[in-house]
Design a protein around this ligand. Structure first.
Ligand SMILES: Cc1cc2nc3c(=O)[nH]c(=O)nc-3n(C[C@H](O)[C@H](O)[C@H](O)COP(=O)(O)OP(=O)(O)OC[C@H]3O[C@@H](n4cnc5c(N)ncnc54)[C@H](O)[C@@H]3O)c2cc1C
Length: 519
């Protein structure tokens, strides 16, 4: 056997990467490459939980309907059916691996979140679901022969004769670059939340998988759809910290800085409206009251409910001088979740032979234009398992079956370079994206962003270390997102275009970008 050769190479060590690794080790040799430490990822920050139709009043059909409704006309129905039908099986795997989901009298406890018609969110440690998942899976991985290389950033996908043969990876500590070869390459690199100035995402979430896949010739779909979480702690000098949807699910109320409840003025579902509606309403209310925040009020709820159901939120705020059982919580929206990504079919396959994507970096089509809360951890496990099933069946040459959706393919347009653009650096990129490609977009703002981004792109040099690779990847993702948002002349789901505030039937289709690459 060649050195550095594995049956499976998995890039990323969040829920998608580790869950796939644990399934893959039953079938062959496995290498996990991850650019930080094993638990540097978004997964460990997940609070609310994982959606599964397990309650007596629930069914996969009802979960399917809620997911389709949230996706605003763009969900892939076949993928959503798979998500909701195969949920229980995959969650059972998590329980077998040892994830300690919360129970009461021996029964798993379920909570409700916005836009779910019943209580169906399983959680662990109250609001520490992601941490329990990450700790449990990484402990399991360490007890197997899976090889994990930390501080190893994948910088290029290697392709020969149209098929993936491996990757190049940078050792972030020594600066050396190594090749690793494989039969199957699985990108599980997470989303791109670091595109924005205010974000709930971990520092490692820089769109690498999307950029790598695009440069290798893979298709990128639905990247204009980025979800902004409505309620993120806004305390001076404190990093953005998510105040879970479940807090509103348990009865938390939003008030403006003048102390008035406002959500009933914007939506019949009030605080439980979909995330995009709540996030936009907060932005309007902040503008009206000339403030950079609103308040979440839970002081009317029993203190015991807050401290036992939301121990992490309670203790995080208390550690920053705020007792949320007694005082109002200052919050504002922040970037949270990327619905689009590397386009895959129902088996997690991309259009490139041997290349798979799973988790937030993949676009399976289950979220459409807007993700239903707590469906992303679920998507990660359901479609990771299908990647494994597919690699068992795959013989070469394979027959790639694309999704049966309405999609239009584009290349990135050529733009004129600006003679004057802001200095190219991460804070400027994040401010540009927040201001021009954020919660409320406009044609003028998007045009401006697209020109600045294209100018910055022309100034990029060959990356040499982790920050420069990440900046290059973010700029490419930003360009894709901005150009897609410019093309979509309507408002739908998380994409709100002030010049086209309505949803248009003409645009009930997907925008797909593909580079002309000859491999
Ligand atoms: C604060 C917060 C709360 C959330 N709450 C919930 C919730 O309650 N329920 C829910 O369903 N979802 C929730 N989400 C979303 C959910 O956590 C993520 O979608 C999910 O964890 C993504 O998992 P992943 O494995 O795809 O990616 P991640 O967990 O983000 O992992 C990505 C991995 O890829 C690695 N990586 C990236 N680029 C490279 C590279 N070039 N080379 C090597 N390694 C690389 C990273 O280091 C990391 O290990 C939340 C997200 C956040 C930020």
């Amino acid at each position: 056997m060649k050195t550095n050769y594995y049956d499976y190479i998995i890039v990323g060590s969040g829920i998608a990467g580790l869950y796939i690794a644990l399934l893959a080790i039953e079938r062959g040799s496995v290498l996990v490459l991850t650019k930080g430490s094993i638990d540097d990822c978004n997964t460990r920050y997940a609070q609310g939980g994982i959606a599964v139709a397990m309650g007596k009043d629930d069914s996969p059909e009802l979960h399917f309907e809620d997911t389709i409704a949230a996706g605003d006309g763009l969900c892939d129905t076949e993928a959503v059916r798979i998500l909701t039908d195969e949920a229980a099986d995959c969650v059972t795997d998590l329980i077998k691996f040892g994830v300690p989901f919360d129970t009461l009298d021996g029964e798993i406890t379920l909570t409700r979140e916005a836009a779910h018609s019943v209580s169906r969110i399983m959680h662990a440690g109250g609001d520490a679901t992601g941490e329990h998942i990450e700790v449990t899976l990484s402990r399991q991985v360490r007890s197997t022969p899976i090889k994990v290389l930390e501080n190893c950033l994948v910088s290029e996908i290697l392709i020969r004769n149209g098929k993936v043969i491996g990757v190049k990876a940078l050792d972030c500590r020594t600066g050396s670059v190594e090749e690793y070869h494989c039969r199957f390459l699985i990108l599980a690199t997470g989303g791109a939340g670091k595109l924005f100035k205010y974000t709930t995402n971990s520092d490692v979430v820089t769109g690498d998988g999307i950029a790598l896949a695009f440069e290798a010739g893979a298709e990128i779909s639905d990247i204009e759809f980025f979800q902004f979480h409505p309620t993120v702690l806004r305390l001076p000098g404190v990093a953005p910290f998510l105040i879970s949807e479940a807090v509103r699910g348990e009865g938390g109320i939003l008030k403006n800085v003048e102390g008035r409840r406002f959500m009933p003025n914007y939506a019949a579902e009030a605080e439980l409206a979909t995330r995009d509606v709540v996030a936009r309403s907060i932005v309007y209310e902040m503008k009206k009251t000339h403030s950079d925040r609103v308040f979440l009020d839970v002081t009317h709820l029993p203190s015991r409910l807050i401290t036992t159901r939301f121990p992490r939120i309670y203790s995080f705020c208390r550690d920053h001088g705020l007792d949320i059982t007694k005082g109002l919580v200052p919050v504002a929206p922040a970037a949270h979740y990327l619905m689009g990504g590397v386009k895959v079919n129902i088996w997690g396959e991309t259009n490139i032979s041997g290349l798979f994507a799973a988790g937030e970096t993949a676009c399976t089509g289950v979220h459409g234009a807007n993700r239903l809360a707590s469906n992303s951890l679920l998507e990660s496990v359901v479609f990771s398992k299908r990647v494994m099933q597919r690699t068992e069946m795959t013989t070469t040459p394979r027959h790639y079956k694309d999704r049966k959706d309405k999609a239009i393919s584009y290349c990135l347009p050529v733009r004129e370079m600006l003679s004057k653009a802001p200095a190219l650096n991460l804070p400027n990129l994040q401010s540009l994206m927040w201001d021009k490609v954020g919660i409320i977009r406009s044609g003028e703002g998007l045009e401006e962003a697209a020109n600045v981004l294209a100018t910055w792109e022309s100034l990029l040099s060959q990356p040499t270390d982790r920050p420069s690779y990440e900046l290059n990847n973010l700029i490419l993702c930003a360009r894709l997102m901005t150009e897609a948002a410019l093309l979509r002349k309507e408002s739908r789901g998380a994409h709100f275009h002030a010049d086209f505030p309505r949803t248009s039937p003409e645009w009930q289709r997907h925008i797909v970008f593909k580079e002309n690459v000859t491999n």
